[in-house]
Ligand binder design. Structure first.
Ligand code: GTP
Ligand code: MG
Length: 418
């Protein structure tokens, strides 16, 4: 995970006057002392960088800066360094103290506004002094994101991280929340993807469904070729090729047959896993699916659909997944269906959430729903992974995605120590 290039990390700048606790805040977030703090104003002189993985948001880079004392210093030498940070930031965390707001903070807001960089205001040191209501109200009129915190409150770290992650997710610029490519990055230029598409009663007349078409288009955009075949013709078609394809992608419902027909050395996955990666954090869903192993008779599972009517996935969410879960767990697993934009209130009652393909949600929304599940301490996975898991082939279908596979293996080990 540390191999993510700097350019792909969300750069989060910590800005604020000297001594407000920027470095202490960074230490709280990171969970260890990496930045030097002290009661002497001007402790941080050079920029301290800290890379971190904030799931489900993704890789971030915190930039702790030297504080500036007041507006007059904005024109001084230190401004040069800080301005560079202004230009590098994707998001700014403007740290201040309760009831402290002046020209300096206004100038930072204006500078960030000029650059169209979103700002989250962190009101620090609330253990010393509670911010007044009027202070908070005035702030909220200026910026959409305000979070109060005490950077010394290490016991409250986990809860605070959840709040911070949610705010970052809401405020992060679109291009950071941009989905990874569907298959393009799994295919070399000139490569070949074989798509296995069942044409059964559920297939629409005379055409392919959108996820299949999108996959074909993405492969073409990446200068690769696509061969589309039904599951019955797959073995004969593979035998025609003079070299193995770079990847085989099939409908989840035929994964068992296809995995038997495709040589183990050939990368294999399903359309729904490709979309799970595009619409959310695949590692989070891969960790979540490991919990199916733990389900016991009497446990409740939430099948979450993002829209209120979903004829295509109806049968999968309402009939097939519940049946496979019961077979897998060998007992009575109670499945509730929730449809629509929100999770039900009683999320904590569930042992697992299995989410639909989220075709009606944006990636930001789906990441938000994964984060919400984390906050309720309920693992969350999705239809495609759940199907692969109950069919016993999830390690195979995750193998094109090494970091998600690693997350899955780690979770299995954690849940079932050898
Ligand atoms: N009580 C209390 N003290 C805090 C809190 N956060 C930081 N401090 C203290 O405030 C002082 C300044 O903290 P730093 O983290 O060094 O502040 P900074 O903004 O990085 O300062 P410069 O690097 O000098 O710009 C230190 O003595 C911290 O222990 C907090 O939430 N509560
Ligand atoms: Mg500092």
């Amino acid at each position: 995970m540390d191999t993510t290039p700097k350019g792909n990390r969300l750069h989060i700048a910590l800005l604020g006057r000297t001594n407000v606790g920027k470095s202490s805040f960074l230490n709280l977030v990171v969970g260890q002392d990496i930045a030097i703090t002290s009661s002497v104003a001007g402790t941080t002189t050079d920029v301290v960088e800290k890379a971190m993985e904030l799931l489900p948001l993704g890789p971030v880079l915190f930039l702790d800066t030297a504080g500036l004392d007041d507006a007059s210093e904005l024109s001084a030498l230190r401004l040069k360094k800080t301005e560079k940070i202004f230009d590098r930031a994707d998001i700014a965390l403007l740290v201040t103290e309760p009831d402290v707001w002046g020209t300096y903070e206004e100038e930072v807001l204006a500078e960030m506004d000029k650059r169209r960089v979103p700002v989250i205001v962190v009101v620090n040191k609330i253990d010393l002094h509670r911010p007044s209501d009027s202070f908070l109200q005035n702030l909220k009129a200026k910026v959409s994101h305000v979070i109060p915190v005490s950077s010394l409150d290490t016991a409250g770290r986990n809860a605070f991280l959840d709040t911070l992650k949610r705010r970052l997710l809401e405020a992060a610029p679109d291009d950071f929340v941009q989905p990874p490519s569907l298959v393009g990055d799994l295919l070399p230029p000139g490569g070949l993807a074989v798509l296995v598409v069942p044409i059964d009663l559920q297939a629409p007349r005379g055409r392919l469904i959108l996820p299949q078409v999108q996959t074909i288009r993405d492969a073409l955009d990446n200068d690769a070729a696509v061969l589309v075949v039904k599951e019955r013709e797959l073995p004969a078609t593979l035998a025609l090729l003079n070299r193995p394809p770079d990847i085989v992608i099939c409908d989840s419902q035929v994964i068992l047959k296809v995995s038997a027909d495709v040589a183990p050395a050939i990368p294999l996955t399903t359309f729904s896993i490709l979309f799970a990666r595009q619409k959310g954090d695949l590692a989070t869903a891969a960790e979540g699916v490991a919990y199916i192993e733990n389900l016991q008779s009497g446990d409740k599972v939430l099948i979450a659909e993002a829209c209120s009517h979903h004829p295509l996935e109806d049968d999968i969410g309402r009939v097939k997944i519940p049946r496979w879960l019961k077979q897998y767990a060998g007992g009575n697993i109670q499945t509730d269906i929730s449809a629509g934009r929100d999770y039900p209130e009683n999320l904590r009652e569930y042992k697992l959430i299995i989410h639909c393909g989220a075709c009606m949600l944006t990636r930001r929304e789906m990441l938000g729903r994964q984060q919400q599940a984390r906050e309720a301490e309920v693992p969350v996975t999705n239809y495609g992974l759940a199907i692969s898991f109950t069919q016993g082939v999830v390690r195979r279908t995750l193998s094109p995605f090494p970091s998600a596979l690693l997350a899955f293996d780690r979770k299995i080990k954690e849940l079932h120590p050898p």
